[in-house]
Design a protein around this ligand. Structure first.
Ligand code: SF4
Length: 146
């Protein structure tokens, strides 16, 4: 899994463009999604998201996705769940202080962000994680919010 996670960071720009297209499609489907009902669609969306993002990003289904601001490196893979940059314990080789053989997700996030179109998005302050949203579809949430 970690190999694919690193591939995603290396291809952050491609994934950003793909996601923007996907989000635009979802937005055009909003009337239909609203008609069917978000609660009815939630299980299908959440399951699909779990499979796809689980494979590509080791997604933990936090329900409030930050990938487009974190270089396609999922911040929930940080053992400390830090959403706004690394702790002070990053090793000299760029690995995590808790999981010594894992690159720090924030070192990866910086690398990914620098090849993305919106490279400045990594400076956006992320709100604290709302654990009440855990397990829910972030895609559906985006549609609800926009
Ligand atoms: S930020 Fe949340 S929704 Fe996005 S990939 Fe990570 S755990 Fe999944």
């Amino acid at each position: 899994m970690k190999t694919l996670r690193r591939w995603s960071v290396r291809h952050a720009r491609f994934l950003e463009i793909f996601y923007n297209g996907f989000e635009a499609c979802l937005r055009t489907m909003r009337p239909l999604i609203n008609k069917i009902g978000h609660e009815r669609l939630e299980p299908a969306f959440a399951s699909t998201e779990r499979v796809i993002k689980g494979a590509l990003f080791d997604c933990k289904m936090c329900g409030q996705c930050a990938l487009t601001s974190t270089g396609m490196s999922c911040p929930m893979n940080c053992p400390k769940n830090l959403r706004n940059g690394p702790c002070g314990g990053v090793r000299a080789n760029g690995n995590c202080e808790v999981i010594a053989d894992m690159p720090c997700v924030w070192v990866e996030a910086w690398k990914g962000s620098q090849i993305m179109q919106k490279s400045e998005a990594i400076h956006t302050i992320q709100p604290a994680v709302n654990f009440q949203l855990e397990g829910q579809s972030a895609w559906l949430r985006v549609i609800k919010q926009k």
